[in-house]
Design a binder for this molecule. Sequence first.
Ligand code: GAL
Length: 824
Amino acid sequence: MNTPFLSFNHKQIKQLTLIGFIVAFLVSCTKEAQVTTHNFNKGWQFSKGEITAAIQPAFNDSAWETINIPHDWSIKGPFSKDNPSFSRGGWLPTGKCTYRKTFTVDANANEHKVFVYFDGAYRNSTVYINGNKVGFRPLGYIGFEYDLTKFIKFKGENVLTVTLDNSSQPGSRWYSGTGIYRDVTLKIRNKTYIPTWSLYVTTPQISKNKATINTKFKVTSEFNKAKHVLTKTSILKNDKVITSKEDKLTISKGINEEFSIDLDIINPEFWSPESPNLYTVKVELFENGELIGTESTRTGIRTLDYNKDSGFSINGVQTKLKGVCLHHGGGPLGAAVYRRTIERQLEILREMGCNAVRTAHNPFSTEFLDVCDEMGFLVMNEMFDEWEVVKEPATTQNGKKVRIPVDFYANQFKEWADKDLTDFVLRDRNHPSVIMWSIGNEIDQMKTDEGIPIAERLIDIIHNLDYRPVTNGLIGYGWDAWPSDEAAATSDIKGFNYIKENGFVREEALFPEAMGIVTECASAQSFYPRGTYLYGAQKKAWWDNLNYESKDAYNWVETRGLIGERGYASWRAVKKRKGVMGQFIWTGFDYLGEVIPFGWPARSSSFAPIDLCGFPKDGYYFYQSQWTSKPMVHIFPHWNLEGMEGKEVAVYAYTNGDEVELFQDGKSLGKQSNDINDVEYQQWKVIYTPGTLKAIASKNGKIVAEKEVKTAGKPAKIELFARRSNLKANGTDLAYIECTILDADGNVVPNADNLIEFKVDGVGTLIGVGNGDNMNHDSFQASSRKAFNSKCLAIIKTSEKTGDIKFTASSKGLETATIKFITE
Ligand code: GAL
């Protein structure tokens, strides 16, 4: 239950209206309100810097900024060559900061306990309640809970202070963000309660007609005398109870009693990527007929099978993992977690044909896994990027590529790894989307036998808590520095990063019994920014403009070319091997930081077939051609290649048909065949003249898809596209509005860079803008954005008011465009 009036800071107290008081009073009178979880995201005071005095409750924070969680302040910028996060952190600012929240608790000291839960705070968080330290957590990606009860004032105001320290830089190999960037909740519980994460649901027996759901949970009590309680375990589908069971328990003080309850479901609806059916398991505690506590979780009924010969199967259906690695960020919104950002990312990935995500290389938010559960994505849930040895990645600093150690996690590993891993598994193990765990990415210690005892220890921790297999993304297959075979053998499923054909051949010969998965591989995508096709003098000018001292970046980008053949090769090796469970391309979306192979001015990566704003690049259509069956054809480059008149240009096509015919101004340039098992793309040499290119794809002799690319005229209008027009009036729902510049005839103007002004009227706010240009240093928080290669993006956040939102995009010389939303 969301009860916003139960928590507020002193500023808000003054602003509360009479109606607010009445509602608060009514809420506090219900028994249920006293045993519940409150969203604790609103009304925090925030200041950059370490402000020690702010730990004390009496500190006056009224001059601080009032913010709501999720909050990432690094994303506000500015980008600067002087920021010590360097190219690794996208040149964005980092540092220390302090948050405070003043609140009252509507509970009673004799009966209740108070906990605060953070799903993630980046990083080195220390939490204080009323001046007392309750905990420190170095890892910024981990969820953690503190028991505040001892220091809580049940009457009067409480002050929660959180200090973060993200000042040691470069502190990550990619952009991390800084702040309380995921949900915070306040939990008020009866002193007899089910501890967080103790509820664990599995389905030990599944058949077509019946599934047995096993629910384990603990109950503890802090009352001095033994308590007699009744537990009611129920399974719900679409909010309706299907089956339930009651048990009587006696709980003594300080004892964590563990319970295990089996319930059968007749004719279960299975969870699968196509039909992600979810059930809710709810455990209620009653004392003398009165509800004193509830814990619930969602679950999905599915059988998972892992096999060296048939790969991965779900519900008996062999399923190749067509996966992407993702970093945790949300593009222009930085690390701040909004459910809608995740939904949109996964919608775009699904349209590309992707069915699986690897959470590179750290725990993601609970919302992320919730959305994967709801949409049927399969998740490789990964924990570590470093064990005990610090990584020293190539980082651009002062125009030079140097190896700088990142102060990430290696120095905390010995002390924290076991606890962090345990908490990670406990938090995430009920998600049906999670199909395997990963204990690492390119861990240096796995190169030698030094990795064996560490890997074994981590795997044991997981096996003791959960039934799903463990992998570990190792580097070196097919390279000079092969990983230790003995260390690699510790995983249930071998994780191959960047394996090549010869690596598979060796593995198959030496370890025919081993199961394997390509934890990471190159994507079939050029490193040039989206929609960038450069020839001759233009190419030279582009590179001259970047002013790179070394040829390194140029060589790297040019070797990869316009089509990224290494990506084809990795998919080819996986698809022809039935036993290899699948692959995860690096990456699904571009992310901030790790600007390899570029340096300044690049501030985001360019590995992915989808840019930082969610706009597809050409590689996106390669995956669509290989991973989807809905007929499609794509051709590139665009056909506004000024300066290339009379010269030869390579034109490429991707299709899932079996033939493509290319026409230039109505004249056929020939048919080319396609076979997804053997041919990845089609190519024609075309003499460029302004006009029209058209690709017609056919299957079994029938036309199935067409794509036309025309030389566009001058920019004349703006086209707006949003995936939804009905939004939630919850203060956190988002509308992503994609803007495309068209000519007077409606053709996309592929290199248009018009500055677009945005205006939002009604019950929404503009919270982010972007254009997918990985070299751009304009702020993500602005009321205008230049288009980059015809496109830019605006993100609106709803308020809690229902009503209309009108979004207007205008630009000098272009027809203005508007789009409307309703919030309910
Ligand atoms: C991989 C690594 C990723 C990323 C990528 C960039 O080796 O696992 O985290 O750094 O290289 O190419």
